[in-house]
Design a protein around this ligand. Structure first.
Ligand code: CAA
Length: 262
């Protein structure tokens, strides 16, 4: 079922829900799915209104590219009609500017929620905001023609759409530095070797592979999946003793719920 909402088409997005699986399609292929503030606002809105039954969220791009990143019109004095430009944003006060970026980040943050598993299906280029959107997802499945690039430093900016932490977590600081500060393109096979992709498949098999993965993810109990994601996601920030305590807490809740059910 396609969910129609004011602004999704203008934001270059399509949103479909099929039972427990939601699919967000970046849908401006003629502009290589370039993203605007409206895209990020719409993403945040999808996150806020996500139907309760959804357990897997797939993000894909229509056409040959996942996303060519921020709409380059934002760099022009005119900007994107109705959304201003980076130059007009620069005139905001510190607090207002901070709020503006935080609003954009909302579009990316919800993809880490424990109740869902988010999957990026990446074909072709994922540049800048496109790479960061893929990094915001829990899992990345790449077509063999995928090309990842953190272009922001080459344009005088920093990656600010929640991508720096997952990048460092996945590849380590030295490799993250090298990838960002050279703004070079990482191909699919290298991305896989670095841990940036769970799987690389021939381009024609991307959709089916992602559908199979979504089905496999739905095979586990929802409560257990949510608690396990919470546990795993928190592991890096805890000591072993703290993690053991977290395991005990989660398991106590699981066992109680299972026995209450039977
Ligand atoms: N913004 C706006 N329009 C874009 C775009 C972008 N980011 N990327 C591509 N397009 C448009 C092109 O202008 C072109 O439009 P026209 O047909 O009207 O001329 C159309 O999309 C097709 O583009 P190409 O002919 O270049 O397509 P391609 O398949 O040969 O190349 C590409 C694809 C490698 C992605 C190339 O288009 C490209 O390099 N795009 C720019 C990428 C970029 O620098 N993005 C900014 C990243 S930094 C970032 O995202 C910052 C942030 O978050 C703050």
């Amino acid at each position: 079922m396609t969910v129609e909402a004011d602004g999704f088409a203008e934001a270059g997005l399509r949103f479909e829900v099929d039972g427990k699986i939601a699919t967000i399609t970046l849908d401006r292929p003629e502009k290589r799915n370039a993203q605007t503030f409206a895209t990020w606002t719409a993403l945040a809105r999808i996150g806020a209104d996500l139907p309760e039954q959804v357990r897997v969220v797939v993000i894909r791009g229509e056409g040959p590219s996942f996303s060519a990143g921020i709409d380059l019109r934002m760099f022009s004095p005119e900007g994107v009609p109705g959304q201003g430009s980076l130059a007009s944003q620069a005139g905001l006060g510190d607090e207002a500017f901070d709020r503006r970026i935080a609003q954009a980040q909302e579009g990316f943050l919800w993809l880490r929620r424990p109740e869902i598993v988010s999957v990026a299906a990446v074909r072709g280029h994922a540049i800048g905001a496109g790479f960061q959107l893929a990094l915001a997802c829990d899992l990345r499945i790449l077509a063999d023609d995928a090309k990842l690039c953190m272009k922001e430093p080459a344009l005088g900016l920093v990656p600010d759409l929640t991508g720096t932490k997952p990048l460092v977590d996945l590849v380590g600081l030295p490799r993250a530095l090298e990838i960002c500060l050279t703004a070079r393109t990482v191909g699919a096979d290298e991305a896989h070797a670095l841990g940036l992709a769970e799987l690389v498949v021939p381009s024609g098999e991307l959709e089916q592979t992602v559908a199979d993965l979504a089905a496999a993810l739905l095979a586990t109990d929802r409560g257990a999946a949510t608690a396990t994601k919470r546990l795993l996601a928190g592991a890096a920030g805890r000591t072993l003793a703290e993690q053991c305590a977290a395991e005990r807490r989660e398991q106590t809740a699981r066992v109680r719920e299972l026995f209450a059910r039977s």
